[in-house]
Design a protein around this ligand. Structure first.
Ligand code: ADP
Length: 384
């Protein structure tokens, strides 16, 4: 316990590239974990401006803006992966500490790199080929083996389903690749039994802790609902094992979110994100240390907090702007609905907040979370 008169420990100064809802939620817990938070925002309206201690306005692709952020902090971290890896290498050479660093971030920034490296290390990924032209012979050879049309993903710059294409016929793929005019991953379209997400957090000393596995529900390429515990308890152990393997290979400091496909042949890795993740928002109410606190602890060199759950069930539903303006207050009117409003201006299709419900009854938590999200005004709909 601090004794009056004792010097307060100096807060670690962490700078976040990006000032969206993830940085905002880091800001909500920063002082609890002894962190002073700065954010690089593109405008005063960004979601994290309200919770940050300091704000630098600038573009994440601008060297001077990144240097201004770095000047006032001990370590720089990220709330999105739309970053310029070459520029980050330059900053690292200037002595700026990046956690995760550019070599780790490449796994999240570049799907072609991720698939190639994971496959080389024996991690389960969909069968794939990387091409930038529809007439590449490697594409012909790959397509010849596909019974159903594969999925085409731009290697860089996609998110929330943007940059992911599901052509109807194998014959449409070459034209699609040419029309995209960039490096793409073409991969087998798997028959999914479901999707799950494994969050792990890696500390500066390389130790790794994993959160409980969750089930995720996607609609139009966007996550709409997350459930703890995951639907199939038998997947928890293999998912955690995969999580640790990915963490060791990627070598990132902080939260590592791994999206996994559930198939008849077992778990298959879809994506990694090296930052707090939508599938971990339930940890705010549901785990001993939430993902935002653990990310800040990790990147500031502190020991990790417990990732154990503190509730039996949690359901999180995203609130995505509908045609009518949203009203977080109406969501809060639903008993048991724990409403998180990101303070963003309403716009159809925009992620505005989320609603979590916890309790001993999985079905009741789901009903409450969805009732809260509907009252708030989400355009997403519960799947049955
Ligand atoms: P993003 O990077 O935009 O989030 P993802 O690669 O995660 O895109 O794909 C979005 C969604 O599309 C996934 O959650 C999944 O539902 C579906 N999907 C992606 N790849 C495949 C695949 N190979 N087979 C079947 N479905 C897929």
């Amino acid at each position: 316990m601090p004794v009056p008169g004792d010097p307060q420990p100096t807060p670690a100064r962490v700078g976040v590239v990006g000032a969206g809802q993830l940085a905002r939620m880091m800001g909500e817990v920063a002082s609890d974990v002894g962190v002073e938070l700065s954010v690089l925002a593109t405008s005063e309206d960004d979601a994290a401006v309200a919770t940050a201690d300091h704000v630098v306005i600038g573009n994440p692709g601008d060297r001077h803006a990144l240097e201004s952020l770095a000047e006032g902090v001990d370590v720089v971290t990220f709330d999105h992966e739309l970053v310029d890896l070459d520029l980050l290498e330059v900053l690292a050479r200037e002595g700026i500490t990046l956690r995760p660093d550019a070599s780790a971030l490449r796994f999240a920034v570049d799907k072609a790199y991720q698939r190639t490296r994971f496959a080389a290390h024996g991690l389960p990924v969909p069968r794939f080929v990387v091409v930038n032209s529809g007439s590449d012979p490697a594409l012909d050879a790959f397509l010849a083996e596909q019974a159903t049309a594969p999925v085409v993903k731009v290697a860089r710059g996609g998110y929330d389903g943007r940059g992911v294409f599901f052509p109807e016929r194998v014959a449409d793929v070459a034209g699609l690749v040419d029309s995209l005019g960039t490096l793409v991953v073409v991969e087998e379209r798997l028959e999914l039994r479901g999707e799950v997400a494994q969050l792990v957090v890696r500390a500066l000393d390389g130790s790794v802790a994993h959160y409980p596995l969750v089930s995720t529900v996607q609609s139009d390429g966007m996550c709409v609902e997350v459930r703890f515990p995951s639907d199939d308890p038998a997947l928890a152990a293999p998912a955690a094992q995969l999580g640790h393997r990915v963490a060791d290979l990627v070598g990132a400091i902080g939260i590592i979110a791994i999206e996994l496909f559930v198939t008849d042949a077992g778990l298959v890795v879809n994506e990694v994100a090296l930052r707090p993740h939508n599938t971990g928002h339930w940890t705010i109410e549901g785990a001993a240390t939430d993902q935002f606190a653990n990310h800040l602890r990790a990147v500031s060199g502190q020991a990790l907090g417990s990732t154990e759950p503190v509730v039996e069930h949690a359901v999180m539903v995203n609130v995505v702007g509908a045609d009518e303006p949203a009203d977080p207050g109406a969501g809060r009117g639903v008993p048991g609905a724990l409403v998180h409003d990101y303070g963003k201006a309403w716009r159809p299709g925009r992620k505005l907040g989320h609603v979590t419900a916890v309790g001993n009854d999985a079905a009741a938590a789901r009903v409450t979370a969805w009732a809260g999200a509907r009252a708030y005004g989400t355009r997403t709909r519960e799947s049955t």
